[in-house]
Write a new protein. Structure first.
Length: 397
């Protein structure tokens, strides 16, 4: 029997779905459907992800389509079924969002049962494609590029904490690459003194043999591996876009997560990292210059068709006293904000100490909570385990 979660439904539909599933359904409380899959998963009391997400007509179609699009990328083993008027226009929008089936609001118990059975089979089929990590000899790692059009927005803070969080979720399987070739400070942010740096990792034997490459990495006490930035701007400038492409391809074969901290703007190296990325974290500060810069960068990347399916918009330094709201930012950039990172007095101290805030405790700090939410967007990506998915983000919440 497929595990079913029902949202956006009235009492009559809830009753019919319970009859169709023999009562084996988890009904989410009424209210706005979360646009972020991680927030949706937080409502599941046992932490186990569903096979089928059935969404009733009480949830606005726009919210459902947005959530379904993100689930299709982040949790492809979940099949979404929408209860709505199955018009041709809605079918087209649903297919683009990855929704597998539509049911009319007056569907009877037999129709609901058949739809759930079809959706469950589709979910099982997609899960078979996603083999368990224990059965995978080599990772086809996710390359997560952290980018922003301007400096001073906290890219290195976000990159290092994201990498530390992913290391906690999957020990020994994350590498952080400092791709700010001139002024990268990942080593300082992690309190590392590297023997080898980025130019060493893209030259000579390290560029030809992944086993040799791994000996050029610097290891953090947490188990995170790092390719630290060049010792000087001149040395960093010798690293080309082609070097970056080869390096990231090699690392993705050896690590589950490759986090890339980039320089501001769209340099040759950053474009190479974006071209290789499976995910991009677009970062902005909560101020007019930062937001406008992000809008321009998104426009450029759309024109170049360089925005991967996994796009995550993060707003840093959020402050309600600053005069801008999240809605203002979303209206300006033309897309939703996925994670909002508040200002935190703990961040400067953690930076100066070379200890990422996720590694220094402070669980009650709102910044820590939101950084864990960002980590959960990647670490919660389902892997098969005894035919079921488990929400790993709960271990870090």
């Amino acid at each position: 029997m497929s595990r079913v979660v029902l949202a956006g439904a009235g009492e009559d539909l809830i009753l019919r779905v319970k009859q169709a599933t023999d009562g084996d359904v988890h009904v989410l409380p009424p209210g706005r459907l979360p646009g972020d899959p991680a927030r949706l998963f937080e409502q599941l009391v046992d932490g186990e992800l569903p096979d089928v997400l059935l969404v009733g007509p009480h949830a606005p179609a726009e919210e459902v389509l947005s959530l379904a699009s993100r689930l299709d990328v982040q949790s492809p083993g979940i099949t979404v079924v929408l209860v709505t008027d199955p018009s041709p226009e809605m079918w087209q929008a649903a297919m683009r969002a990855g929704i597998r089936d539509l049911l009319p609001p007056d569907a009877d118990v037999a129709d609901i049962s058949a739809a759930v059975e079809r959706a469950g089979r589709a979910a099982a089929g997609r899960r078979r494609v996603l083999r368990p990590s224990s059965e995978t000899d080599r990772y086809a790692g996710r390359v997560i590029t952290v980018a922003s059009p301007k400096g001073g927005v906290g890219k290195t803070t976000v990159s290092t904490n994201l990498a530390i969080g992913l290391t906690a979720a999957a020990p020994q399987s994350t590498v952080l690459v400092d791709l700010d070739v001139q002024f990268g400070d990942v080593a300082s942010a992690l309190g590392l003194v590297p023997e080898y740096t980025l130019p060493d990792a893209v030259r000579g034997p390290a560029a030809e043999d992944t086993m040799v490459l791994k000996t050029f990495l610097t290891q953090h006490p947490s188990g995170l591996f790092a390719v630290c930035g060049a010792e000087s701007p001149a040395a960093g400038d010798t690293v080309s876009g082609e070097d970056v492409t080869r390096l990231l391809a090699s690392l993705a074969r050896e690590f589950r997560y490759v986090v890339v901290d980039t320089a501001p703007g769209l340099s040759e190296q950053t474009l190479a990292a974006l071209d290789r990325a499976s995910d991009v974290v677009m970062l902005t500060s909560m101020d007019v210059p930062g937001v406008r810069g992000l809008r321009k960068e998104l426009d450029v990347l759309r024109e170049l068709a360089m925005i991967p399916a996994g796009r995550h918009v993060v707003m840093n330094f959020a402050d309600p006293k600053g005069g801008l709201t999240v809605r203002d930012v979303e209206t300006t950039i033309g897309t939703g904000v996925d994670v909002v990172l508040p200002r935190s007095k703990a961040v400067p101290a953690s930076t100066n100490q070379g200890v990422p805030i996720l590694a220094s405790g402070g669980r009650r700090d709102p910044m820590v909570r939101e950084l864990r939410r960002l980590v959960s967007r990647f670490s919660a990506t389902p892997l098969v385990s005894s035919g079921r998915y488990r929400a790993k983000h709960r271990a870090s919440s």
